[in-house]
Write a protein that binds this ligand. Structure first.
Ligand code: ADP
Length: 357
């Protein structure tokens, strides 16, 4: 009733709280309620008598002292009485709690793994740089042909290992959300031409052409993270060269206005290589995913490069995607947001860097 006394109670409630009917009838609702105080209960009864209905969760005390989690639906009957239906939700609550605890533990484990990976990769880099540096020095000393060949192989293996370690470090930093971008003023044309020049030898060794074209309206200077922009492009060009045996790789860049004064750099990297089947074209942007394990084993790689590129692109407010025809080649596209510090135009630049058989 309006004072919280029982007018009637069914055997289900008596079993729930562990008292017999007479004991329950001699008490009032506040004797069972474990969360709300008497004034709060009275205020709630008044509200329900006015509104006619309420549904809420609370706890009642069992005669042995433990709590029962309840979902209660209350309806007003006339001016002075309420009828309440109580559902024991203790199991659901316990399951929710266990689930929350499990997910917290999983997050902590994931965080620990990312921290471990980040620390390990960092620690691995120092001795690797030592190995590479000393190999370079050794290569400058008098050596016979065999020694020189072995050392060159050692140098190649060490730098591949360093690339893998660097990928792991980047990936774990991104996973651990410890990854920041640096905004500086840079020339997209200079970054692209510099990178293409650097990679020309790699392309020439496979007899591939490597060239680039920058649309004339691309501004000479933009503001953004030049290092990360270069890293994305490097990864795409490296893959292009890696997965192409005949023909070549070409990079194109253009600039478009985006919303709110920002601009977008659009870059594409086209190759005439092995191509990627349609059903793999999404998966390759996931970590540790390679389109074809048997083919990739032949070409090497960790399957992290595109996952890192995709994360970087999204941090830089852009998108990355691919179109490809197996046997014909692939074109990777990406956009990044930059701001333009200077108004101006640079001349169309295009260059064929390497094409030797
Ligand atoms: P990795 O090259 O180290 O294996 P990536 O994340 O860079 O890792 O690439 C993932 C996979 O996508 C590659 O293993 C390959 O199967 C496929 N792939 C990427 N770029 C190309 C490309 N230009 N041509 C054909 N396949 C490619």
């Amino acid at each position: 009733d309006a004072d919280g006394r029982f007018a009637d109670v069914n055997p289900g409630y008596c079993r729930m709280v562990g008292y017999c009917r007479e004991e329950v009838m001699s008490k009032c609702i506040a004797d069972f309620e474990a969360v709300a105080t008497m004034p709060q209960i009275q205020a709630q009864i008044c509200r329900i008598l006015e509104s006619g209905h309420d549904r809420f969760e609370t706890r009642h005390r069992h005669c042995e002292g433990h709590w029962i989690d309840l979902e209660i639906t209350v309806t007003a009957v006339g001016q002075h009485h309420l009828v309440a239906f109580l559902r024991d939700i203790s199991q659901r609550k316990a399951a929710d709690l266990a689930l929350r605890e499990l997910s917290r533990a999983a997050e902590a484990a994931n965080q620990a793994k990312s921290d471990f990976l980040a620390n390990m990769s960092h620690e691995l880099r120092t001795p690797m740089n030592g190995v590479i540096g000393l190999t370079d020095l050794l290569l400058e000393t008098p050596l016979d042909a065999d020694q020189r060949e072995y050392l060159q192989l050692l140098q190649q293996s060490a730098s591949s290992l360093l690339d893998i370690v660097n990928d792991m470090l980047d990936f774990s930093k991104i996973q651990a959300q410890k990854f920041g971008l640096e905004t500086t003023e840079f020339s997209p044309a200079a970054v692209i031409s510099g990178l293409v020049t650097e990679m020309s030898e790699q392309a020439a060794r496979k007899g591939l052409a490597l060239n680039f074209y920058i649309e004339p309206d691309t501004p000479p200077q933009v503001c953004g993270d030049a290092g990360r922009f270069r890293q994305i492009l490097l990864n795409l060009c490296d893959n292009g060269i890696k997965f192409t045996n005949k023909g070549g790789v070409s990079v194109r860049a253009r600039f478009t206005a985006a919303d709110r004064g920002a601009h977008e750099l659009h870059v594409s990297v086209n190759d005439t290589g092995i191509g990627i089947p349609l059903d793999k074209q999404q998966d390759i942007f996931q970590a540790f995913n390679q389109a074809d394990n048997s083919i990739t084993r032949q070409f090497g790689g960790t399957g992290l490069g595109l996952a890192i590129a995709a994360k970087l692109v999204s941090l830089m407010g852009g998108r990355i995607w691919v179109t490809s025809e197996p046997g014909e080649g692939s074109t990777f596209y990406f956009t990044v947001r930059v701001t333009s510090p200077l108004a101006g135009k640079c001349p169309a630049q295009s260059l064929v860097i390497a094409q030797t058989e």
